[in-house]
Design a protein around this ligand. Structure first.
Ligand SMILES: [Zn+2]
Length: 115
């Protein structure tokens, strides 16, 4: 069975919803941990550590979410599945594995090699 763009669109919508929910949970955890933090000096180290971890999780979620938003906007433009590096069609197998991929494998590895 080959995956269709419609199915990928659906996957992206579901992923967006999922990430949004996770992000809200993480952000409210960060807020709750911030409350009364100066009142327990003994636990302060742990709390700071946990808060830093949640903040980095939130940052990662935001990045994934913006990738998904970007892919969804490409659906609107009719440019979904087109490589942003060379303008060629991204292989379906790659999109199936990573619906939010912006570039074909070749451009992606080229870019990563430059770093
Ligand atoms: Zn390319």
């Amino acid at each position: 069975m080959t995956v269709t763009y419609d199915a990928l669109h659906q996957q992206l919508l579901e992923k967006q919803q999922h990430l949004q929910g996770q992000l809200e949970d993480t952000e409210s955890a960060v807020r709750e941990e911030g409350v009364g933090y100066s009142n327990h000096m003994a636990d302060a180290g742990t709390e700071v550590f946990e808060q830093a971890r949640d903040v980095s999780v939130a940052r990662q979620l935001k990045r994934s979410l913006s990738d998904v938003h970007h892919a969804l906007s490409k659906f609107k433009d009719g440019t979904f599945g087109i490589c942003e590096g060379c303008g060629s069609i991204i292989e379906l197998a790659r999109l199936e594995a990573l619906p939010s991929a912006r570039m074909c494998l070749e451009c992606q590895s080229h870019r990563e090699g430059k770093r």
